[in-house]
Design a binder for this molecule. Structure first.
Ligand code: NAI
Length: 364
């Protein structure tokens, strides 16, 4: 693995013989606040594959959190799975002790393979966890992620196709998990024509039945003549070959790290395909997770009643404006949307007076 492109503050690789837990926690940046990003449980081919994933994901969280305007840096963790079973309570509590060793520099939450139940078990051992959904606040971030992606997708379609409604727009959704399925709900409500796929046939059947989507096999989706491709499964899906062959004119989905390399973003741009950068439009979940964590820290204690929806809702709603701003700059400068989004994120991260910004971010 080529480590030259990575610049992380801290990476911890740990094993616990008693519980069999093997995991990696990567803190990319704590400049804007504690590094925040979910914990993924996945069957990686080997440790190198897990390292590569967590390094890329944690960097993406730094960019995402900066652009979303939340007072958190970027981090991510992975648990290496050797089967499809859920992690044991003992493993999750062990993971909690690993979080404690980082003394609040990293806050975890849900990601692929880890849900609210897992977060609550981690919370039995550590305070550095969010997405718990206690006292009716926060909880599973996926619906918020899906809603933000929907708003971003809609804005991207309007920008590219000049239509304000999704009625009749042909959209292919890859991955019908916690986010993809809720995205289908919003797309169906908007009258879009939705094709779906998943490795799990029962998820396809559910989307067909609930949302009138048309199911196709996983290897068929990207062959379809569609307007929008919405990747909501795993990262690295836009390889150079896919970027060269894709028939959609908009790519807008939830999956983290959709571009296999930055060069794939250049290929999409050169072909006139609008790519809505994942870390711009999939921030809804982390906004919710951040808010929940700050609530538990007492940051919103004096205005609990009215702050919740406004703080979270306002930041999710602004995803569309932020995206359009990036699309316009990319068009004006003739470069990829991803490069503009990265530049804007680093402008936030590197600006002076970050401490003052953290306080105003909570107060706003
Ligand atoms: P999930 O694990 O609930 O669902 C993923 C789905 O994708 C599963 O149903 C799986 O069978 C399917 N899948 C995997 N590989 C596939 C393939 N090659 N073709 C078709 N289907 C495939 O995950 P979740 O939470 O829905 O997340 C989806 C993506 O969005 C992930 O990349 C995640 O990192 C990203 N994301 C999720 C957030 C959240 O709030 N859950 C927040 C931001 C990003």
């Amino acid at each position: 693995m080529d480590l030259q492109n990575f610049d992380h503050e801290q990476v911890v690789i740990r094993r616990d013989d008693e519980t069999g837990l093997v995991g990696i926690i990567a803190l990319h940046s704590t400049r804007l606040g504690p590094a925040t990003g979910g914990c993924r449980r996945w069957r990686y081919v080997d440790l190198d594959a897990a390292k590569y994933d967590v390094l890329r994901l944690s960097e993406g969280m730094t960019l995402k959190n900066a652009l979303a305007g939340i007072p958190f840096g970027g981090g991510k963790s992975v648990i290496l799975a050797d089967n499809n079973q859920r992690p044991t309570a003992a493993q999750l509590q062990c993971f909690g002790t690993w979080l404690n060793d980082l003394q609040g520099r990293y806050i975890t939450a849900e990601d692929v393979g880890m849900g609210v139940a897992e977060m609550r078990l981690i919370a039995a051992a550590s305070p550095y966890v969010s997405g718990l959904g206690e006292r009716g606040i926060g909880g599973d971030p996926s619906p918020k992620t899906a809603y933000g992606v929907f708003l971003g997708l809609k804005a991207a379609v309007q920008y590219k196709l000049g239509v304000t409604q999704l009625h009749g727009v042909r959209i292919g959704v890859q991955g019908l998990g916690s986010v993809g399925m809720v995205l289908c709900h919003w797309l169906a409500r908007s009258g879009a024509e939705v094709w779906v796929t998943d490795l799990d046939a029962s998820r396809i059947a559910l989307a067909e039945q609930k949302y009138g989507a048309v199911g196709v096999a996983p290897d068929q989706l990207m062959q379809l003549e569609m307007d929008v491709f919405a990747p909501c499964a795993m990262g690295g899906i836009i390889t150079e070959q896919i970027a060269n062959e894709l028939k959609a004119v908009v790519v807008a989905g939830a999956a983290n790290n959709q571009l296999a390399t930055s060069a794939c973003g250049d290929v999409l741009a050169a072909r006139g395909i609008l790519y809505a950068p994942d870390f711009v439009i999939n921030a809804g979940g982390v906004i919710s997770v951040a808010h929940e964590y700050l609530m538990h820290q007492g940051m919103f204690a004096d205005k609990v009643d009215h702050s919740v929806e406004r703080w979270v809702g306002g930041r999710i709603d602004s995803i569309a404006h932020r995206l359009v701003d990036i699309l316009q700059i990319a068009e004006d400068e003739g470069c990829s949307t991803e490069s503009v989004a990265r530049r804007k994120a680093f402008a936030v991260i590197n600006r002076p007076s970050v401490e003052r910004d953290v306080k105003t971010a909570v107060a706003a």
